[in-house]
Design a protein around this ligand. Sequence first.
Ligand SMILES: Nc1ncnc2c1ncn2[C@@H]1O[C@H](COP(=O)(O)OP(=O)(O)OP(=O)(O)O)[C@@H](O)[C@H]1O
Length: 261
Amino acid sequence: MAVSVAQRLSAAGTANALELRGVTRMFGALAALTDVSLTVRPGERRAVLGSNGAGKTTLFNCITGDFLPTLGTIRLFGEDVTEFPAYERIRRGLRRTYQISLLFTGLSVLDNIYLACRGVSRGRFSLIRPRRNEALMHSAEQLATAVHLIDVRDTKVAELSYGQQRQLEIALALAGAPRFILFDEPAAGLSPTERRELIEILTNLPAHIGYIIIEHDMDVALRVSESVTMMHNGRIFKEGRPSEIESDPEVQELYLGGGHG
Ligand SMILES: Nc1ncnc2c1ncn2[C@@H]1O[C@H](COP(=O)(O)OP(=O)(O)OP(=O)(O)O)[C@@H](O)[C@H]1O
């Protein structure tokens, strides 16, 4: 059952989930991001849209700590994480999915999720070969259910459809105790049926989990978000509700009309 925005926000505490102030990222002389300021409330679900080269992936890389910004600050749940390495941000509840698959294709669905749960749990660096942890196994099964893969939990990942593999990636991002997830084009390459399933999975994520979704499929992006940020040439040029963005003439000209690659 879908949860209202108000329910999600009240479930999620007070500090902003994410706050970027004046973030600029240079690659030599090229500004991939210029003076980007962005606030995402706890539990908020936001789409970031823009044509190829707009700076969306660079934005994700700065938020995760894969790249440091050249200028500006990034706060995660009220804490300045601008200089933090990626793993410190993961410890604070940040997760990310990638456009390319990072799955263990020779292992089962459940083993993949179990390993992700173990990877973010205490004792993951133990030198003693661990016994199966029943609590983590239970969490893994719950996540398999959340992404509609419980019926294929013992199937090897290599035998899954492409869409099911993308669903599994979402389960991996949900391992541990995520509070904020960055989804990088989760609908890319999906069939219409798989897209509908993706929309259902994202819509029904736990109330306190906010996210940013980069998505070229406008239909998916606007249906799973309550706010939209439009980027162009490394800058934010428009923010609004999905209905406002969809009907905005400038957006239509730049993005929906031929500007989108
Ligand atoms: N590691 C890098 N080194 C040099 N230039 C880069 C690097 N990463 C990105 N860029 C440049 O920064 C700009 C923004 O790229 P970015 O990948 O963030 O855009 P995007 O909106 O994610 O595009 P797409 O939709 O094609 O993935 C582009 O001009 C790109 O060529």
